[in-house]
Design a protein around this ligand. Structure first.
Ligand code: HEM
Length: 317
């Protein structure tokens, strides 16, 4: 694209569109700060901090990273987690997960409490196993060495590009017992801090900077899904999901796994509670959805993408 930019105009068009909405959102926040009507957020803290030394371009770049880094990765895990739950083994997992959730939240308040606390170790372990088993960035991000590295008899010169094969690490039998089995148990007696739980977030000083946020998002989403629904297998065998980290990927040349389509059923456990939770979530986020801009964004995201698939983001906490 850099060498022959005229070959494809789309990336530039997308960048312009992206810059437009980033500027719109940043200006909106600045105005709210002036009026004192802003809600607490990281960008607001930076803008208000007189000692913060970030210029506007840097702030925009951080905002963009925060949004784009989770765009494929979190949904990839969410979709493959749902795929697994819709399998035969997934039915057993759902039953145990639901029982564990009900033990902690017998009064039916898991839906709201999961945002502020993480108290169901079985679901935390499920999230970890989804992350390991589907390793949605199988070869991590390219990294360049900044100095010569001696490896056995060879010297790898500075400036060499490295890829870490996270998928291979996650299926390494010397590290993970029965690595090809989906086993939540492997994480149940493995408290945080006892080594690298998996390599889905990479490793080392440049590992994923958003891992804690992503863990919380996935935990919250699965607690809510399992609390609200039975996830059923598809009616026809041909619609089953592919439960292999590499085979499930529709675009193997992509950086991130793009799950192949499959079907499953969502059966509400208790429709009245579900409707109440949805209404409460909508009420809590009505300020976010009210602006005309958001309506436009939702509209834009409903347009079919290159593969003819319509995606509409619905966010509600
Ligand atoms: C389940 C979701 C996610 C997965 C599986 C994931 C995975 C990864 C991986 C494999 C890397 C490369 C690590 C390496 O080279 O060793 C990475 C880097 C990164 N991720 Fe994530 N990520 C996720 C969500 C997020 C989110 C939500 C954010 C931000 C809010 C984020 C921010 C970043 C950033 C800033 C880097 C670059 C770190 C650096 O270069 O120092 N990620 N992520």
């Amino acid at each position: 694209m850099r060498i022959l930019p005229s070959l494809n105009a789309q990336p530039n068009e997308y960048r312009e569109r992206r810059d437009k909405y980033l500027s719109f959102l940043l200006n909106k926040l600045k105005k709210q700060i002036e009026e004192g009507s802003d809600k607490p957020c990281i960008t607001g803290n930076i803008l208000k901090d007189p000692e913060a030394k970030l210029n506007e371009m840097e702030i925009k770049s951080i905002c963009l990273t925060m949004v784009s880094a989770g765009l494929d990765t979190v949904p990839g895990n969410l979709i493959m987690g749902i795929a697994y739950l819709s399998s035969e083994h997934g039915q057993e997992i759902q039953k145990r997960a639901y029982d564990e959730i009900m033990k902690v939240y017998p009064d039916g308040d898991a839906w709201e409490k999961c945002i502020i606390e993480e108290k169901v170790p079985y679901v935390t372990a499920f999230v970890r196993e989804v992350l390991r088993f589907f390793t949605v960035i199988p070869i991590c991000l390219p990294r360049t060495s900044i100095k010569d590295i001696k490896y056995e008899e060879a010297v790898i010169p500075a400036g060499t590009t490295f890829y870490m094969n996270a998928w291979a690490a996650d299926f390494d039998e010397s590290h993970f017992k029965s690595a090809h089995e989906f086993s939540i148990e492997r994480y149940l007696d493995n408290p945080e801090g006892s080594g690298t739980p998996h390599y889905a977030y990479g490793a080392g000083s440049r590992m994923c900077a958003g891992s804690h946020l992503a863990n919380r998002e996935l935990y919250t989403a699965f607690i809510r899904l399992i609390t609200a629904f039975h996830i059923d297998p598809p009616k026809e065998a041909k619609d089953r999901s592919i439960l292999d980290a590499l085979e499930c990927n529709a675009i193997p040349t992509g950086l991130t796994t793009d799950p192949k389509p499959f079907k499953c059923g969502f059966r509400a456990r208790d429709l009245a509670s579900l409707e109440r939770w949805m209404a409460e979530s909508e009420e809590r986020t009505k300020d976010l959805a009210a602006s005309n801009f958001n309506q436009k964004l939702i509209h834009a995201s409903s347009e079919p993408n290159a593969r003819g698939i319509k995606t509409t983001a619905a966010v509600g906490f």
